[in-house]
Design a protein around this ligand. Sequence first.
Ligand SMILES: [Zn+2]
Length: 390
Amino acid sequence: MGRVDTRGRANTGDRPAARWTRACATGAAWCALAAVIAVVSLPAGGRQDPAAAVMYAHFIDVGQADCTLLEFPCGAILIDAGSQDAAATARLIAYLDAFFDDRPDLDDTLDAVFITHNHIDHTRALATIADRYTIRHYVDNGFRDGMGGGGQRALVAEIDAGRPTRLREIRDAEISVLDSFDGLTDASIDPLECPHCDPEIHVLSASLAEDPGWSWGAFENMNNHSLVIRVDFGGSSFLFTGDLEEPAIETLVSYYEGTAALDVDVYQVGHHGSGNGTTDSLMEAMTPHAAVLSMGAWHFGRTATGGSRPFTTFAYGHPRRETIERLQAHIPGYRSRPITALVATGVRRFEDAIIRRRVYATGWDGDVRVRATLDRRYRVTTHSTEEESP
Ligand SMILES: [Zn+2]
């Protein structure tokens, strides 16, 4: 199809060792011999554990933006492809290159790329990623207009021109007609079939066709049309709400009220920890063990005179103190050591907060990696901590 491989090698075909199956045995969750051989061949620091069927959520530090890589025994999925600027894109690509070098069995392939919504902090690196890696399924909410949608439009144009990536647009009407209240899934949303340790991926909310009666302006706000994605791996569970804001969160929570659809252990904090991206009712529905925020360093965007550049961490005031307090009030477990971090009391106003509970953030912790097992054990690793839960 004529794509240029900027890594200097074809995306398929030049890696003879690339087709090992990471089959996982039932019960004790030991991987099959082929998988062990594959793991042994990895360089030091490889992320796969030969002794167990595990997954990793890599909350990659892309600054004031979102990009999460989900690594499974038999594949990889990306949720959002954001970065705050060119330097963050370069860092993200270096991370993904290193990841694929550690996992040659994945053959430079992302089984699915989800874009929660068409804002640049969720899409900036999409074109680069699409040029560099194979993408089997591309999933979004059907909205690709505006500046942030450029990468999405380019990828869809490539697909229309014959790129062998399958396009899947999800609108909420597909979800709201379901009899079961556990979200939508299919071969594009959940393209992975790892033997005996098969992840399950569901979309719980997508773009709405009609205003449910939200306050003025909320329906036009693309944040509120974000894909909401739930990932289960055995007993372990994750929720991604994109940049959903309060009215849409309340619609989501009331829709799934009385079900376990939102009850997860690891919560990627909505809207970069803004004051309107997490509610008490959502926290009560999730009862999470840990939360991870994706946002920039607090001073990103601060000018020499104390002003701010637009669309930056400093200009937005992310994360807000009230959100961090809400997370800490609802999450029972503690970090092994508390840290002091700067949180915002408003735009361009920050002050110290002590983070005692299991709340992690790319803006404080750099890359955050969560290892999850089938039997619902988690280990969170940052450059400074490694913590087990429960
Ligand atoms: Zn965002």
